[in-house]
Design a protein around this ligand. Structure first.
Ligand SMILES: [Mn+2]
Length: 763
């Protein structure tokens, strides 16, 4: 159950309001997302108004390009080495097609799921024997030290293009084109594997006629759940356009089989229809065939391949359902299984390729880490683990390494193997560890609301404004609206296999609307009483009638029926408002004020130049100067409640810490200083030192942890125990970054509001 975050008040700057006079809702949504000036907003909405980074800004672009040109002109054998997920498949297809366009005839190699990610010496040796003189990796290779060391003395150059986090030392490759070598706020930083490949090709082609590769980029970006900011969003916007008009016979066939209408294709069609199909090939078949499917003009060949993918996808769905339902059956027949904090289940007949997908669904349903194990006849169990927020599953497995034959993975997902007879003891032990880990971490996910909109106010015009912000995804979450006080009238199962729920709800005004709850056949958790609905909207193209408004379920909560608080508020007056004054004038004004007010309490945070107290030092005082702009209404209320001043003087200095890179820099400095003195540190003190909410600091710590700089735990009292130690970063990083970005944007929006509003004391 995510925790809902109420929409913060926003004030739309005049310039933006004037430009979007016809679309006021869009203007508000933009400001909430941090777009306060027109030029930036325009670049975000419209890719034609955006200036992308030059490919030359990518590290090692020059040596990579000149080596490839030399290989092409001297007809050297080139091999593109990819990865079996969709990002890797599309990156490989893109490079292969682009090299062909330059006149080369490259080989390609994609390791199977059993062999795993990375560059493996065995197949590499074979390729070298076949005369390959240049290896170009994509979506993989950043940790291929051994492979590069193997290739080098054999006269084979390796160009690595990859987007995964950097290891402590880089392989000794000819070039390493990886956006993670750029500063974290660079617009190319988040591009996935296919994006790296595209930038390389853009440079190889001198920016000429590279549009034809953009459909592949769109597929890889969405399927890899890349953070859609900066150039990643730009490539996706253009890529979706290209995909709607794609000429690739393989993609057209795939869309036909999946029932996707190319004309109105959105990122959701990639996420739910095209991505899973290509993924099924990587999980259950041979991912190299994806390159043929995506690059071939041979209609018969792609027909055969597309049909095979369709078959694999049906098999994936069926096998996932089979494992999922078998697991539910086991749980039903042995309630003790749920007494453990981790769900560990095994079966001799489970297909290994889908264990992860089934485990992820079970983890969500039972809100705990899940390990599904398939036991082979030799008595060895091979399993997949999926976790939930706040529980690092690989760290949990590491504590029981002695019981396991092998294990490895990230925060949210891992693989493992063990002797089958150890499974009961492992279940017990893992349950204990998970209980301890989750007990000390904030587990709740957050749901940021954009606005309250009653269902009878939803119009086609409103949907059109919302859809201008699409495509949605990490870094640009779907616009989340909420409606209060609804009742469920009826529901039914819809879809080919009854896999979706269609609900009829009504509100106070008596208006009835349909709400779609996708990919959820389980109706047992539908609300019975009055509830608030968090939802998203888009154009309804189902059915033959003219387009309408499609309402999509996100979450519900019980409608609040709290009694209204009747407390006499003490009278507070704004005795001085200096919010619009220049910084040096403000400093002089504060000095005068100190002379005037004998008992003046100055509240200031993350600012050493001004004398005063932080939130920890607040006390009752007749006069209060608010030097720093508070980070949220909660802190502002707390300040007024604790000080209970008769007179307030407003300054509202900006601590300048609402930009992720700046925020993280200061936070890591504070954390390092604390760790050096081996101090446990209270979260609230850290928040005061950052002039931010505790939630933002916690999110910042999670980013630093996922980046591999620190480890931390938080106890129930909010005390943080820290260790500065380099470790391998985790897959939680994108989630953590996204959450931090949201929290900082929310604070930035509140600070703008606080500095501008005339109702500052209104509660
Ligand atoms: Mn990738």
């Amino acid at each position: 159950m995510p925790q809902w975050i109420e929409p913060a008040p926003v004030s739309v700057p005049d310039e933006l309001a004037a430009w979007l006079a016809e679309q006021p809702f869009l203007a508000e949504l933009l400001v909430r997302r941090g777009f306060t000036d027109r030029a930036k907003a325009e670049g975000f909405l419209n890719s034609d108004a955006y200036t992308p980074a030059s490919p030359d800004e990518m590290p090692d672009m020059k040596p990579a390009v000149s080596r490839i040109r030399r290989a092409v002109s001297s007809r050297e054998r080139i091999c593109v080495w990819g990865d079996f997920d969709v990002d890797g498949q599309t990156a490989t297809a893109l490079l292969v097609e682009a090299l062909r366009g330059l006149g080369a005839d490259p080989l390609w190699f994609i390791p199977g799921r059993k062999l795993g990610h990375g560059v493996h010496i065995g197949p590499l040796a074979d390729l070298i024997k076949r005369g390959v003189r240049l290896i170009i990796t994509c979506d993989t290779g950043i940790s291929a030290h051994e492979a590069v060391a193997y290739a080098r003395p054999r006269g084979v150059d390796v160009i690595i293009t990859d987007h995964h986090s950097l290891p402590n030392t880089l392989p000794d490759a000819l070039a390493i084109v990886n956006p993670k070598r750029l500063p974290t706020d660079h617009t190319l930083y988040e591009i996935p594997g296919v994006g790296c490949a595209y930038k390389l090709v853009e440079r190889l082609y001198d920016g000429q006629q590279t549009e034809r590769f953009l459909d592949l980029a769109a597929l890889g970006i969405v399927a890899d759940v890349a953070v859609q900011t900066g150039d990643t969003r730009y490539l996706l916007q253009r890529g979706l356009k290209a995909l709607r008009a794609t000429h690739r016979p393989g993609l057209i066939k795939l869309m036909t089989l999946a029932g996707v209408d190319p004309l109105h294709l959105t990122e959701q069609d990639i996420g739910f229809a095209l991505g899973p199909r290509l993924n099924a090939l990587g999980r259950l078949g041979d991912a190299s065939e994806a390159v043929t499917l995506l690059t071939s003009d041979d209609v018969v060949q792609v027909e055969v391949l597309a049909q095979r993918i369709e078959g694999l996808n049906s098999r994936r769905k069926l096998e996932t359902k089979y494992v999922y339902e078998a697991a539910l059956h086991m749980i039903k027949n042995d309630r003790l299984l749920l007494s453990h904090d981790a769900l560990v289940l095994s079966h001799p007949k489970w297909p290994e390729g889908v264990l992860g997908i089934a485990a992820a669904r079970l983890a969500e349903r039972f809100d705990r880490p899940v390990v599904l194990i398939s036991v082979s006849p030799d008595g060895i169990g091979r399993g997949s683990a999926r976790s939930v927020a706040g529980c690092d599953i690989t760290a949990a497995l590491a504590e029981h390494a002695a019981m396991l034959r092998s294990y490895g993975g990230h925060t949210m997902a891992a693989g493992l193997s063990l002797e089958a007879e150890r499974i009961p003891a492992f279940r017990q032990a893992l349950g204990h560890t998970v209980r301890r880990l989750r007990g000390s971490a904030p587990a709740q996910t957050l749901l940021q609301l954009d606005a309250y909109v009653a269902l009878d106010q939803l119009t086609q015009e409103l949907v059109a404004q919302v859809e201008l912000l699409a495509p949605f995804g990490p870094g640009n979450p779907p616009v989340t609206l909420a409606a209060r006080n609804l009742r469920l009238l009826a529901y039914r199962r819809v879809g080919r296999a009854g896999e979706h729920l269609q609900l009829i709800v009504t509100d106070d005004t008596g208006s009835e609307r349909q709400v779609m709850r996708w990919h959820e056949e389980d109706a047992s958790d539908l609300p019975s009483g009055r509830f608030d609905l968090a939802y998203s909207i888009r154009t309804n193209r189902f059915g033959s009638e003219s387009p309408g408004v499609l309402i999509e379920w996100i979450d519900t909560r019980e409608t609040e029926t709290k009694p209204i608080r009747l407390v006499a508020e003490p009278q507070i007056n704004v005795a001085g408002d200096y919010r619009q004054a220049q910084p040096h004038t403000q400093a002089a004004l504060l000095k005068d004020l100190r002379a005037l007010e004998h008992d003046l309490l100055v509240w200031r945070e993350a600012e050493d130049a001004v004398e005063g107290v932080s939130r920890a030092g607040l006390r009752a005082a007749p006069a209060l100067a608010v030097w720093t702009t508070p980070p949220s209404p909660t802190e502002w209320q707390m300040i007024l409640d604790k000080v209970m001043p008769a007179r307030v003087y407003l300054f509202g200095a900006d601590p300048g810490l609402d930009i992720p890179a700046v925020f993280l820099k200061r936070l890591s400095g504070l954390v390092k200083a604390a760790a050096k003195r081996e101090l446990a540190i209270a979260l609230c003190d850290l928040a005061a030192a950052m002039a931010h909410r505790q939630a933002a600091v916690r999110a910042g710590l999670r980013v630093l942890q996922a980046e591999g700089y620190i480890s931390f735990t938080e106890d129930a009292a909010g005390t943080i125990a820290l260790k500065v130690q380099a470790h391998v970063g985790s897959s939680e990083l994108e989630d953590a970054r996204r959450e931090l970005m949201w929290l900082l944007q929310e604070t930035a929006a509140y600070r703008r509001y606080w500095r501008g509003t005339s109702n500052i004391l209104e509660r």
